[in-house]
Write a protein that binds this ligand. Structure first.
Ligand SMILES: O=C(O)C1=C[C@@H](OP(=O)(O)O)[C@@H](O)[C@H](O)C1
Ligand SMILES: C=C(OP(=O)(O)O)C(=O)O
Length: 412
């Protein structure tokens, strides 16, 4: 699997904030991550590509970019970079594509304003942020968002004031792990993370583990396509990212994890899934952050399971690249699966999957990949109306899926 997208964004940004040289192996070279790399150059960092997945970042004093920072389709780029830029005391205007321009930015703007940053613009892009930050903050991260938590922590590097984030439901903790790996003092007590007095970062070597959110498409396919067996090696198994693997297990999948080990403060390992009977299950709101990007493919797996699956607490899915709750219910139903949204829950009843539909993706990479996997288990092919955006997170999706036997064709 290509490198994890969350870790790739963070390695570049933290590298650009650190003194000295950071060398990255296994960086995900997807459109979203490349948007972060390009942005960091505009902030004055040296960001060099010197081999497949291999990058060098040399940090230093940040400067105010002369042109707007285009984050394309990437929520992680804009939210993390806004925090970092505010902390570095620079002024930057952020823009994005049509999808990103509709996504909520109030959640990141409000805590950064409380820290002393000044914004021009409303609650969506385009937005201009000006640092410095000069006030501390005790932020309560609701709804659970690792992007907001990361923005606050990255901004906090630029002040000596107390900075803490409390999380009633924990989100992915890669920023706190990586900041500590780069030498900052990061104090974690239960669901509270705090920056300590030492906020200096030193460049280092970072190896990026495989992306569990991409691996989910291959593992999900193995779970529902008769006769399959797939092993994904060196995949990130951080407990805040392992919800999908746990969900497969709860649904009765024949699944094994092996070779579990540590890498740069993260947990990684291999995951094998074999086709076998699956059963519908219930998932609660508290479980969602650990598989927030995997809900579309979980819904596809549920279509291949016996009985009903109910996934609660999906309001956040309405604020991703598309309204993923609505589009999954619509796409599954178009393919003959009994599926519907009920409030902020998604209900899927497993059974034969007819396929034979063209699914609307609204340019959302995960909606496209999920329905292509659905097609592998369907009686008739499934077509998605657009596949170009898959490059935002998983540019090698077609090759990876063909490599495990999937038939994927381009239609004119
Ligand atoms: O911090 C991150 O790298 C991410 C956090 C999640 O978003 P939220 O912070 O909005 O939950 C996730 O959906 C996104 O793909 C990546
Ligand atoms: C939501 C996603 O990414 P982002 O928020 O970075 O656009 C995603 O990759 O599914």
């Amino acid at each position: 699997m290509p490198g994890d997208k969350s870790l790739s964004h963070r390695a570049l940004i933290v590298g650009a904030l650190a003194a000295g040289e950071t060398v990255i192996a296994g960086l995900l070279e997807s459109a979203d991550v490349l948007a972060t790399a390009t942005a960091l150059r505009a902030f004055g960092a040296r960001v060099e590509h010197f081999g497949p997945g291999r990058w060098r970042v040399i940090g230093g004093a940040w400067q105010s970019p002369a042109v707007p920072i285009d984050c394309g389709n990437s929520g992680t780029s804009v939210r993390l970079l806004m925090g970092a830029a505010a902390g570095q005391g620079v002024t930057a205007t952020f823009i994005g594509d049509a999808s990103l321009s509709k996504r909520p930015m109030r959640r990141v703007k409000a805590p950064l304003e409380a820290m002393g940053a000044v914004f021009e613009g409303g609650d969506t892009l385009p937005l201009t942020v000006s640092g410095p930050v000069c006030q501390g903050i005790a932020h309560v991260n609701v709804p659970a968002s690792a992007q907001v938590k990361s923005a606050v922590l990255l901004a906090g590097l630029g002040t000596e004031q107390p900075v803490e984030v409390a999380e009633p439901v924990p989100s992915r903790d890669h920023s706190e792990i990586m900041l500590a790996e780069f030498g900052a003092e990061v104090i974690r007590e239960g669901n509270v993370v705090r920056l300590g007095a030492n906020r200096r970062l030193s460049g280092r070597l970072v190896t990026i583990a495989g992306d569990p959110s991409s691996a989910a498409f291959a593992l999900g396919a193995a779970a529902i396509v008769p006769g399959s067996e797939v092993t994904v090696e060196n995949v990130l198994l951080n407990p805040h990212r392992s919800g999908f693997v746990m969900a497969l297990q709860r649904m009765g999948a024949d699944l094994a994890m092996s070779n579990i080990r540590g890498q740069n403060g993260e947990t990684i390992g291999d995951v094998r899934v074999r086709f076998g009977p699956l059963f519908g299950a219930e998932f609660t709101a508290e479980e969602i952050p650990s598989m927030v990007d995997e809900i579309p493919i979980l819904a596809v797996v549920a279509a291949g399971a016996r009985g009903e699956t109910r996934i609660e607490g999906l309001d956040e899915l309405r604020h991703k690249e598309s309204d993923r709750l609505a589009l999954m219910a619509e796409g599954l139903a178009a393919c003959g699966v009994e599926a519907f949204a009920e409030g902020d829950a998604l209900v899927v009843r497993g059974g034969p999957i007819r396929g034979e539909a063209e699914v609307r993706t609204e340019g959302d990479h995960r909606i496209a990949m999920s329905h292509l996997v659905l097609g592998l288990a369907a009686e008739q092919p499934v077509t998605v109306d657009e596949a170009e955006m898959i490059a935002t997170s998983f540019p090698t999706f077609r090759e990876a899926m063909r490599g495990i036997g999937a038939k994927i064709e381009e239609v004119a």
